[in-house]
Design a protein around this ligand. Structure first.
Ligand code: HSE
Length: 414
């Protein structure tokens, strides 16, 4: 029997314990080895839990027990998850995690420590919950040069946008509903401001391009400013608004990597990924487009990915799984101001015709959009490709002419 420990008994941690316990026999058949849970680390008490004999409040119990070979870190947050992970790896224990914040901020360092100590640091559950994406990217698609990865990486915001699109629900009401259903946290900032999706696209980019991409270098914008008017204009344009994490390798070897709401054409496979589902498109030079779809969050889907990593570690005790990237810096990211894309703009105007004439002068090939029940004081249009700095100059000039820009949303080529 190989012993494991679970650090954190929240939603994912309790799911890991449940899956490891309930699937014990089938896992043992596949692994050729039984996997025991020796410790569950949590500062809280769980008097009604059937796992009383396993709970500990002391990390040292896990660290100092040589029988424990694999540790699941499902605590979330950077501290003390980082310190605990580092110490476990240094003591020769493999660590698996669902903690995207830790992988996105400290991944290169922790992978290096794992390599030095001939153990594994695996994080399938950190992106896409139960959807396999880390292994496919690092193994099954390894023969490809990855041209682009793009997708819906956050279930909560996708649920909110779906409610806005399908039921014309306001952002505030949809957020409240997401909170009541347990999708969004009481403090929903990480989801609605795009930070969660940002961490996930950084992990995928680091894996695909071999250098750590840190979230602070990535333009990250959430969905808090999206209105029902924008949703209606997206429909009249022939698409929907989705929060997209995207990375593309450019000719100069820098990365165009962003998280922002985008107009997506209805015909795109990503456009029909709705509710709390995630969808991730990987464009390989040999495979073409490969799309991964499924539940990107939740107790059992995420636990399923964590347990798969535990199994992989047990199968590779004293052996390394090839999963690695080097440290990176801001030079690998193309400055956002130089990024080029077509854009949708919505403006408050006094006189529509004059405003549109000005838009024709300032923006590349402005084409007006129409929507039902648009007020007299509203103009919306889409443009051809412009760099962000050109867009900003044009917006400034537009505003100096007396027109107030209310929305500006990227138009995707997905
Ligand atoms: N808050 C995340 C989401 C959970 O809504 O997708 C999974 O990372």
């Amino acid at each position: 029997m190989v012993q494991s420990a679970v650090m954190g008994y929240g939603v994912v941690g309790s799911g890991v314990v449940e899956v490891l316990t309930e699937h014990k026999d089938s896992i043992a058949r596949r692994t050729k080895e039984e996997i025991g849970i020796k410790y569950i680390l949590d500062i809280r008490d769980f008097p009604d839990s059937p796992f009383q004999d396993k709970f500990t409040k002391s990390f040292e119990d896990i660290l100092n027990d040589d029988e424990v070979k694999v540790v699941a870190e499902v605590m979330g947050g950077v501290h003390p998850a980082y310190e605990f992970t580092k110490q476990c790896l240094e003591r020769g224990k493999s660590v698996v995690t669902s903690n995207k914040e830790l992988v996105a901020t400290k991944g290169a360092e922790l992978l290096k420590i794992a390599k030095k100590n001939n153990v594994n640091y695996l994080f399938e559950a950190s992106v896409g919950g139960g959807i396999p994406i880390i292994r496919p990217l690092s193994q099954c698609l390894a023969a490809n040069d990855v041209i682009e990865i793009a997708g819906i990486l956050n279930g909560t915001t996708n649920f909110i946008l779906t409610k806005m699109i399908r039921e014309s629900m306001s952002f505030e009401d949809a957020l409240k509903m997401a909170q009541n259903l347990g999708y969004a946290e009481k403090d929903p900032t990480a989801d609605i401001e795009g930070y969660d999706a940002g961490r996930k696209i950084c992990i995928l980019a680091s894996l695909a391009y071999g250098k750590h991409v840190y979230p602070q270098y990535v333009h990250t914008q959430g969905i808090t400013k999206i209105t029902l008017e924008d949703v209606a204009y997206a429909a009249s344009w022939g698409g929907v608004i989705k929060l997209i994490g995207q990375v593309k390798k450019l000719e100069d070897d820098t990365l165009d990597i962003t998280v922002e709401p985008m107009f997506i054409e209805k015909s795109s496979q990503i456009a029909s990924v709705d509710d709390v589902f995630n969808g991730i498109l990987v464009r390989g030079d040999s495979t073409g487009d490969v799309v991964f779809y499924g539940k990107g969050a939740g107790k059992l889907p995420t636990a399923s990915a964590v347990v798969a990593d535990i199994i992989d570690c047990v199968k590779h005790l004293n052996k390394r799984k090839y999963l690695d990237w080097a440290d990176g810096d801001e030079t690998i990211v193309k400055p956002y101001s130089e990024t080029k894309y077509p854009v949708y703009i919505r403006v408050e105007v006094e006189d529509k015709q004059n405003a549109f004439n000005k838009a024709l002068e300032l923006f590349s090939n402005a084409r007006a959009l129409v929507r039902a029940n648009a007020g007299e004081n509203e103009l919306a249009f889409v443009t051809d490709e412009m760099t962000v700095s050109q867009q900003e100059k044009s917006v400034k000039a537009f505003e100096e002419s007396g027109y107030k820009v209310l929305s500006k949303i990227r138009i995707s080529d997905l």
